[in-house]
Design a protein around this ligand. Sequence first.
Ligand code: SF4
Ligand code: SF4
Ligand code: SF4
Length: 486
Amino acid sequence: MLVSWNTTNACNLKCSHCYREAGEKAPQELTYSEGLKLIEEIKRAGFHILVFSGGEPLLRPDIYDLISYARSLGLRPVCGTNGTLLTPQVVRKLRDAGAAAVGISLDSTDPEKHDRFRGVAGAWQAAREGMENCRAAGLPFQIHTTVFPWNYEEIEALTDLALETGARGHHVFFFVPTGRGKEQVEAVALEQVEDLLVRLLQRQTAVPIEIKPTCAPQFTRVARQCHLPTRFKRGCLAGISYCIIGPEGDVYPCPYMDLKVANVRRLPFNEIWRSNEVFLKLREQKYGGYCGICSYRRCCGGCRARAFEKGDYLGEDPLCLYKNRQEKKLAGLAEELIIRLQRDLPVTKRPYLALAEELGVKEKDVLKAIRWLKAKGVVRRLGATFDARKLGYQPTLCAAKVPPERVEEVAAVINAYPGVTHNYLREHEYNLWFTLIAESEQQQEALIEEIRQKTGVTEVLNLPAREMFKIAVNFAEEDLRGVFES
Ligand code: SF4
Ligand code: SF4
Ligand code: SF4
C-alpha cells in the first residue's frame, strides 16, 4: 500500500501541467508536529510506502526529519521531486535520513523542450545532475516522465537515458488534465495511448529496469491481450491501496481527482482510510457504464479520475479504446434486442438463448448486450410481468383520501402488505393510489378494511377492473435505429 503526501505547495518550477498549480506555499500547510502525527496514522492504517511529494518537497526545511521519522516507524519513505535541488549535500542528507529512493521528473531528452515545459531555464541540467549525485551517493532513483503529444515519440529514448544514468526504473505517467494542465496542456490521443502501452510492455521484456505505465490502468488489459508480462496485478489503485494527502491535510483518492473526502486535522487519517464512504465504494469496484461489465474490470478498474471528470467516479473510464470497440459491437445487437423485446420475451426455459438463435448470435452476447443496456441506464429492469388472474389471484386498484401531511406514513403502512405491488400520488382528493392482489374479492375487502383500521384513513375506494384493454407502448422501429450511434 502506498500513500503520497504533498508536503508543501511551494515549488521552484512552473510546469504547464501541474495538477497542484504549485508555486507559493499554501496558507495552512501541516506543521512539523502535525506531520509527525500524520506519519504515525499512516503507519497505523497499514501503509508500507510513503511518498513525500509536493510542490517541491525539498523546499520544506523539516523534510529530512519527517523522512527520518517515517523510517524509524518502519515505513519506506521515498521522495517525488523535480530533481533540480538534488545537490550532493542534499542527496547525502536524504540518504542519511533514511530515504529509500527518489523519483525525478524528466520529460525529454532535449534540455530545451524540458525547460520550456517546466517553465524554468536550466531545469533539465539540474535534474540530470541530481541523478548523477544520487548515483554517486548510492541513493536509488527512478525517472518519471509524463506523456504528451510533444514527447510521445521520445519515450524509448528516455528509457535509454534511464538505463545510462543508472536509474532503477522509468515510470511513464499518462497525463490526466487537472489543475493548470486542464487549460494549458493537450493529452495524447486514445490510439496513441494504446500503442504506447504495447510499446512499454514490449520494452519491459528487454530491459533490466522497471518500466511502469502509470495512470493508464488499461495496461493490465493490454498485457493480457498481447500476452506480455507485467508484475502489476491491478491498474488503478485509487482508494484501494493508494490515496493522497494535500499540503493542508485534505485527503483525496488520487492526485488527479478533485474530490476531497476528508481532512486529517478533523479526523485521524487511519479512520478516514478505513471508513470513508468514497474509499469504501472504490473498494467495492462496482462500476457503471462499460467498465461495469468489462471482463478486465478486476485487473484494470478504469481510471476513476477520468470517470470523475465525466461526472461519476464510479462511472466508466472514457479513455479506453477497448471500451469504444466493444461498445460499437454491442450497439448493433442492443438495438436489435430492444426492437425485438418490445414484442415479447420468448416463453421458454432459456429465453435469451431463443432470442440469440432468432438473431443469429450467441446467448452470451445477448446477455452481455442486456447487461450493457442496464449499465448504461438505458434499461432499468427486464423481466416478466405475470397475469395475476391466470395465476388464480384477484388484482384491484384502490384509491385513498389521505391528509397530505400523512402521505408518507400511510404509504409505509400500505406498502408493508405483500399484496401491494406499488403506489403513487395523484392530484385529486383521492390522492394515494395503490394496486392490491389477493386470493379473492372477499380477501381484498378484508385487507382494505384492515388498512382503514390501521391508518385511520376511512375513505379507501376499491376499484376492481371489469374489462381489460391492452395498449402496446412501443417505440417505432425507425426511431430506434441508430439510437446508440452517437
Ligand atoms: S509539476 Fe511538480 S515540479 Fe512542476 S510545478 Fe508542479 S510541483 Fe513543481
Ligand atoms: S484514478 Fe486514474 S489518475 Fe488516479 S490513480 Fe487511478 S488511474 Fe491514476
Ligand atoms: S472498459 Fe474499463 S475496465 Fe475495461 S479495459 Fe477499459 S477502462 Fe478497463
